[in-house]
Write a protein that binds this ligand. Sequence first.
Ligand code: KIV
Ligand code: NA
Length: 266
Amino acid sequence: DKPLTVPALAEARAAGRRLAMLTAYDAGFARVLDANGTDIVLVGDSLGMVVQGHASTLPVDVDAMAYHVAAVARGLRRALLLADLPFQADATPERALDAATRLLQTGAGMVKLEGAGPHKLAAIRFLSAREIPVCAHLGLTPQSVLRFGGYKVQGREAAAAAQLRADALAVAEAGAALLVLECVPSALAGQITRASPVPTIGIGAGPHCDGQVLVLHDMLGLDSGHRRPKFVKDFLETGGSVAGAVRAYVAAVREGSFPGPGHAYD
Ligand code: KIV
Ligand code: NA
């Protein structure tokens, strides 16, 4: 298979082909994900929690991201490598450009940043105008945990839902080519997906998105020390091996059997 490019994301959506995304933080798992059909491999700042053992993603810095991006890049042949801009690396467009440039030079093909506030839109616009593909991330944005007061479903009230619908259009207008929706009600994620000019990738966002993502450790059933969110499914149980779990996840995403009703919020 030839490498998956940024334009191929929109082509997949146009062809009605769902995108399967998973996180990875090292070359070994990246190789298994890549060999078993994963379209997008995300080096998420979730590494602060699942790899470094912190209680949130806030302690992750650009050095840590670059270290893991370099390792994951060595394990990939086909999948698109998406890398998170860590906490405050997108606080100004210039900082975002420095961080994103470093992650692209280390092996990423696209960077992701959370939110749609004025300076986030400015960062998306600034990067996109400088040949850096951007993925936006809305809904439960984990870097907002202090303001949210915890990890909670977003967009349940009418005003919050309207804001999310507007934000989804704004990030695409600013240049984002992909949009992650995290922990929002299924119906809202469906409305956003239908209105969005760019493909959506859901996590805890129901079955109507153009693709799905899970944290690798979650889909392998590793005990995180925290309560397992309802959108998580352990694919190792039925997959039988890490490669089998990835194949089962990719197949379930492609055919639309994951996420099921029990994995979604309303
Ligand atoms: O950091 C991460 O793993 C993420 C996904 C959960 C979307 O941002
Ligand atoms: Na993240």
